[in-house]
Ligand binder design. Structure first.
Ligand SMILES: [Zn+2]
Length: 198
């Protein structure tokens, strides 16, 4: 599995491509901004690795605790966190539940009259009136998550391949190779380059 820093680099390197392709396809700066912004948000702090103590998790700062139940409930790299579409959908629903709880607590503490029905109505209205914008945002989130999942998958496949290649070499040959390397290493005068390397 690539490190958090590698995932960050992949997200930042992919960003110009995502932005360019979106603008070329939509010719809309608003939609491009939504896709690129959501891609960046998803890649840096709303990605699948919120299911463990990760860079993404730490970026939530003092709010990071909201992801603790998520980590307890889901196994790392399970389909529910790293699966296509389902991973992002579950995270959005999970965050929406927490936002609802936080809004509910805040309004009751400040004795504010909060009309849940009105909130639900305005959410539905926004989703229907600005469906293209929401779709662009959702696409950006999913692309960010997928760039993470694909790099996880490629890294695991590479490691598996490398381990298999090593296991194919018979043990006797490995020993012979090692002893040969030791002999050649000893016979060589220790140059500055050799000293640095070993
Ligand atoms: Zn991952």
């Amino acid at each position: 599995m690539p490190s958090g820093r590698t995932h960050d680099r992949i997200t930042l390197w992919s960003l110009p491509f995502v932005t360019g392709i979106t603008f070329e396809q939509t010719q809309s700066s608003k939609l491009t901004l939504l896709v690129a912004g959501a891609f960046l948000f998803s890649g840096l702090m709303f990605g699948p690795d919120l299911d463990l103590y990760s860079v993404q998790y730490k970026r939530w700062g003092w709010m990071r605790w909201i992801w603790l139940p998520y980590q307890k409930l889901l196994r790392h790299r399970s389909l529910l966190s790293h699966g296509p579409i389902i991973g992002t959908t579950l995270r959005v629903l999970y965050l929406a539940i927490w936002l609802g709880i936080i809004v509910g607590i805040t309004t009751s503490v400040w004795c504010m009259q909060w009309k849940w029905q009105m909130l639900a109505q305005s959410t539905v209205r926004s989703l229907t009136h600005h469906s293209t914008d929401w779709l662009a945002f959702a696409l950006g989130l999913e692309l960010g998550a997928m760039s993470h999942v694909i790099s996880d998958w490629v890294s695991s496949a590479y490691k598996r391949c490398r381990n298999q290649r090593w296991s194919v070499i018979p043990h006797g040959k490995m020993k012979k190779k090692k002893s040969l390397a030791r002999v050649t290493h000893r016979s060589k005068p220790a140059t500055t380059k050799n000293r640095q390397k070993y």
